[in-house]
Design a protein around this ligand. Structure first.
Ligand code: GRF
Length: 219
């Protein structure tokens, strides 16, 4: 067997190291961890970081024996910049993840962070990007009279919710939907496509460089 084939074999067996950034309840984190435990994903979550000390996601991670840290994001409320950004970059550089997962991390990531981990950051967004980047996606989709919505996993670049799309999933919008019912329907799909995108990246099937700017898969 030549060296390249050996490398591929070793990488195949070695679990893909994930660091997950969260701000809240952590249902996406849980879905990923459950897929790992079921053997659907050859990965390991080695670090969870939250910008909120009270995030339920931290409790869940600890209950799973995963290192879980609150890192102070001050002084900004909606972005990660300056000394806070450095604190996050340092913690992640120490952990050396193969991939950084933004799973409901409610802050805009800036250039220094993206440069430090270029091509190795993905995010989930609850809309059919490029429609409805930013906040309140479900309300905006309902108010616009859309017939369908969904979610997107994408690579993270400097544009908010504007990086290359990897997988999208569609759900119908029903006439009696409100934000809550639509969010719940979309969330179920988020839980499917996040792990699937991680799998594709961990198996070398997609990377930011070879990703066309349209989803390579629809669910
Ligand atoms: C998800 O809807 C995600 O798309 C959005 O924030 C929510 C996080 O949910 N960015 P959870 O914390 O993973 O349950």
């Amino acid at each position: 067997m030549d060296q390249g084939a050996w490398k591929a074999l070793i990488n195949k067996q070695k679990p893909f190291k994930l660091a997950v950034l969260v701000s809240g309840r952590g249902s996406n984190l849980r879905a990923i961890q459950e897929n790992i435990k079921k053997g659907n994903l050859n990965a390991i979550i080695t670090l969870v970081i939250s910008d909120r000390p009270d995030a339920l996601a931290l409790d869940y991670a600890r209950s799973e024996g995963i290192e879980a840290r609150y890192i102070d994001p001050a002084p900004y409320k909606t972005k990660l910049e300056g000394t806070a950004e450095n604190r996050y970059i340092e913690a992640l550089q120490k952990a050396q993840p193969d991939l950084i997962i933004l799973a409901g991390f409610m802050r805009v990531i800036k250039r220094a962070f993206i440069d430090a981990f270029r091509g190795r950051i993905i995010n989930i967004h609850p809309s059919l990007l490029p429609k409805y980047p930013g906040l309140h996606t479900h309300r905006r989709a309902i108010e616009a009279g859309e017939k369908e919505s969904g979610c997107t996993v994408h690579f993270v670049n400097e544009q908010v919710d504007g990086g290359k799309r990897i997988i999208q999933a569609r759900v119908p919008i029903r006439h009696n939907d409100d934000e809550k019912t639509l969010a719940a329907r979309v969330l179920k799909k988020e839980h499917e496509i996040f792990s699937e995108a991680i799998r594709l990246i961990s198996e070398g099937k997609i990377s930011e460089n070879n990703c066309p700017d349209r989803p390579i898969r629809w669910i």
